[in-house]
Design a protein around this ligand. Structure first.
Ligand SMILES: [Zn+2]
Length: 342
């Protein structure tokens, strides 16, 4: 909910350039003031006594506000990914700005250098916590609009086969759904791909290519009743029974057929693989869902790059984020874009 409102708030201006960012968020106090405005647009309200008055600030603890009336404290970071972090607010903001504004994303090593952090673990932790904030807990299903359809397909990603021969060793199956939209006739780009372009995308790890896994994915990612276009793999044959309008394309292995009937999903897969290989040199299966979430976040906001920063801060509220120990031990499960899959 916060994420929706925050985009329309003129009082939360977003920097359009690096120098502007530095002017707007020069220190922790400036970041804290921004957070305070997002939460209390009409002035601080004490969560203990309900008094509305400008709170006291504690110089050494910018994330804490103290009520003038009852003297009790309210944490600015409660419910955000920054809660309980020892990293300065200005570093978090800088990190969110980098993640939001750099189109290809960044590896933890690049990130560590950019932020001037001494410990790799800190950079790694911040990146993953921001990624946790990239999924809205109440994320809706895509599709369901009249005259639009959704392409669905699955592909193998990641894994190294060096020294083990060719094949799909250690690769992970990823299922994707993407909306196909149409440009208004007469607009500049309506000639390309017959005026079609990709809308929102959903990506999730799938256990296997069985009908159960694939149809469960479609159900979790797309609105009931949507027109779903897939190849003619038998795993999708049960979609009609599950209440979808299903169109299976034969001969989808043929590049021309694929380009004609399922252009968007192949664009998504190609971008995804380039990004995973180029930026992260391949990722482990354990963290793959987090990268899928990041890709989804960037893809769905690609026309509005600067809204991503506000979304990161806004939707970060109320999202459970992992600790470094949880990330490494494997206890933490990255949230999927559309609920957990098997
Ligand atoms: Zn109070």
């Amino acid at each position: 909910m916060i994420a929706m409102n925050i985009h329309q708030r003129d009082d939360l201006a977003f920097p359009q350039s690096l120098p502007e960012f530095q002017r707007q968020f020069p220190d922790d106090a400036a970041c804290a003031a921004y957070l305070k405005r997002t939460r209390w647009p009409d002035g601080f309200i004490c969560s203990h006594c309900g008094v509305i008055a400008e709170p006291y600030r504690i110089v050494t603890r910018p994330g804490v506000l103290e009520c003038r009336a009852c003297r009790r404290q309210t944490g600015l970071l409660v419910g955000t990914v920054m809660e309980r972090s020892h990293t300065p607010l200005s570093v978090w903001f800088w990190a969110a700005y980098l993640v939001a504004s750099q189109t290809p994303g960044m590896s933890a090593v690049q990130f560590q250098r950019q932020l001037g952090l001494t410990r790799y673990e800190t950079a790694f932790g911040i990146l993953h916590k921001l990624r946790a904030g990239m999924v809205r807990p109440d994320q809706d299903r895509i599709g369901g609009r009249p005259k639009e359809h959704v392409e669905v397909d699955e592909t193998w990603v990641g894994g190294r086969t060096r020294g083990e021969g060719r094949g799909i060793h250690h690769k992970t199956l990823v299922a994707a759904a993407v909306e196909v939209r149409h440009r208004e006739p007469g607009t500049a780009q309506d000639k390309r791909k017959d005026g079609r372009y990709a809308g929102r995308v959903r990506l999730a790890i799938a256990a296997d290519r069985s009908a159960g896994s694939l149809c469960d994915f479609v159900e979790s990612a797309t609105m009931p009743g949507s027109l779903i276009v897939t190849d003619d793999w038998s795993g999708y044959a049960g979609l009609r029974k599950r209440g979808y309008d299903h169109h299976a394309i034969a001969e989808c292995g043929d590049p021309e057929v694929a380009e004609q009937f399922m252009p968007m999903i192949h664009l998504v897969f190609s971008n995804l693989k380039t990004w995973l290989n180029g930026i992260h040199h391949g990722v482990s299966a354990k963290h793959l869902q987090a990268y899928l979430n990041e890709f989804t976040f960037r893809f769905n906001r690609r026309f509005y790059p600067f809204n991503a920063f506000r979304s990161l801060l806004g939707i970060a509220g109320g999202v459970e984020a992992p600790t470094y120990a949880e990330l490494y031990s494997g206890v933490w499960r990255h949230p999927t874009c559309s609920g957990f899959l098997r």
